[in-house]
Design a protein around this ligand. Sequence first.
Ligand code: SF4
Length: 370
Amino acid sequence: MKGLYFHIPFCRSKCPYCDFYSRLPDDAMLDAYTDALCDEMSTGTRTAAFTENADLSFDTVYFGGGTPSVLGGERLLRILNEAKKAYRIAENAEITVECNPSGVDEEFFRQLAHGGVNRISLGLQSAVDAERRQLGRFADKKQVEKALKNTQKSGITNLSLDVMIGIPDQTIASLDETLQFCLSMGVPHISAYMLALEENTVFYRRRDRLNLPDEDAVCELYLHMAETLTKNGILQYEISNFAKPGFPSRHNLKYWNCEEYLGLGPSAHSFLGGKRFFFPRDTDGFIKGDCAVFDAFGGDAEEYLMLRLRLTDGVRFADYKERFDSPLPDGFLKKAHAFAGQGLMTLTDEHAALTRNGFLVSNYIVSELL
Ligand code: SF4
């Protein structure tokens, strides 16, 4: 089965490091956008060129953004209910909503839980209030804690927290404070992303004035985080993702396993029937009915290897042979053997994978292997 993704392109304010597509909403815009998503699901006109004869059965649904919680419970559930009418959604589907801890209350989570949402991803970034403020996040630690408790009270226990490393003023001690907060809240999943300075962001323009940890310090922070989480039973399964057994994100695993998904909304990407396509970063255009645009053919061996190497499980030789009806190229194995000698990869009779030190230089390794 496939994954279904809704991009909700709205945020109440713009974080200084973010280059995701999002805009400030008003109620009329939120209603018009909800209508447009429901219209696309019931008519399929915007994706018709790519979905003809496609089996639109999904066992994961993901509301990402932007800030999906800005839509409010009613609109989110209207979209989910329309999806259940228009497509086949598996009974045991994983249904995730990304939320910002500010502006969500107990009733919001209760409403989502009642409507079938069973996974929440909350933007923590840091449990140190001074660090959060620099990142443009206004909820303090107490508010995040309250949002987490409200989620748990609603009966949704499959929770993920986003953490950032390499942020201004971060030290091992301050990262520890963040990790101890995550552990004390008992969340089963953590996504930990390194800050990237993207052009066209406030951070990029102010980069000389930010007290950013240097490259070596970021590597140290990454390794410290991975070791701390692992020691506490939250195991790494992807370069940036950690989970208790049974709690890896089923939706995101579809991307890394090179499986199919349909993405709706401006800037959302899809992979169906061997084709990759996307909607332009234009909310008004999506509302007006603009169609998805062809990007490229996808799912070839190179792309599959590149995505699978993000996972700690790496490339399983039997899976590769089954998918491409041929063994892995000799050149790949020869180079993997050399990287294994440097402690950057593990190579067994069954699989090849990057080690944690390998993840730190994954771009280099993958480009050499492929
Ligand atoms: S809330 Fe998320 S998507 Fe919105 S501006 Fe901040 S980082 Fe970007």
